[in-house]
Design a protein around this ligand. Sequence first.
Ligand SMILES: [Fe+2]
Length: 344
Amino acid sequence: MKSLKEREWFFSQEKEEFVSIPPRIIYNPDPHYDMYRLKTTRQLVADINLDFNLGLDTPFIIGAVADMHFNVCNQDDREDEELVYTEKCRKWPENLKWAIPAAKALEACDFCDATVVLGDTLDYLSNGSLNYTKANLFKKYPDAMVALGGHDYTKQMQTGIPDKLPLEERLNILRAVWPHDIHYYSRVLANKIIAVVIDNSQTKYLPEQIEKLEADIARAKEEGMIIFIFQHEPIVSKNPAESCARAVIENSGAYKTTDIEANPKFIGGAEHSDEVTCKVYDLITKNADVVKAIFAGHWHSQFYSEVCATYKNGGEEVHTVIPQYILSGNPYHEAGMLARIIVN
Ligand SMILES: [Fe+2]
């Protein structure tokens, strides 16, 4: 890990005001949120300042990056008919245009205290993409916590046909190289924050996650810690005042309705959620005394939402909101885009 001096030095470089809004970014001016470009190294940075009076000597800073979409098709991959077809059909991101933004965003994260990647690291599952991920993420930043996105285990990308290799076999390829459990991983940061990296990349939560999340919630309550949820897909806010998510749906132009609960790209909507997903959704949103923030990617847009939530105080139910920060896709930004989650 870099020294405090090195970390402070990197982010002390001059900042440029972030004036233009690139396509597919809808920026909600949450008061905790500050966005700028680093003048020398050029990364776009969203500072998310979260103050929970944790009594830390210095703020703990988590660098987060979403949707890097590494796509490499190498010679071995060209022996695989599925990948040959994907290489022919896949139109985005353009050849290697993702590589510099990804490298620069990760470099900047390395000047933070911890790094989290919010899914869709691979654009499609190939030897080339996986080798690139191993060398440029897992080996270079072995402590990074990496959530799973739907692209990470899909071979047929933009081809219009389903994958031939069964899902479990594709997941096993990732399990063999991932730095931690691909479906649920948690780590205590600064003795105060439990970072939960949970897989919801199949637009649902998984049965094995219930017990693990229950245990982390119980531990947080017992030991006076807070929980941050890191996942690929955002959850439904069920907030009548929600405006950003609706605007993002409208802006995408891909959906008939702007009803957020009906949109499958938000987890926990009543119409498309199974029992397990509802259970995990409830665990997150009914323990807001410890679950203090959610971070996601998936939409390739930058926006903020407040999830309606509750917690029990004695016998009484208290209503509140959990802030949910959705980060932009990375390849749109010349020198990468990261969030610095600055916790006090
Ligand atoms: Fe993505």
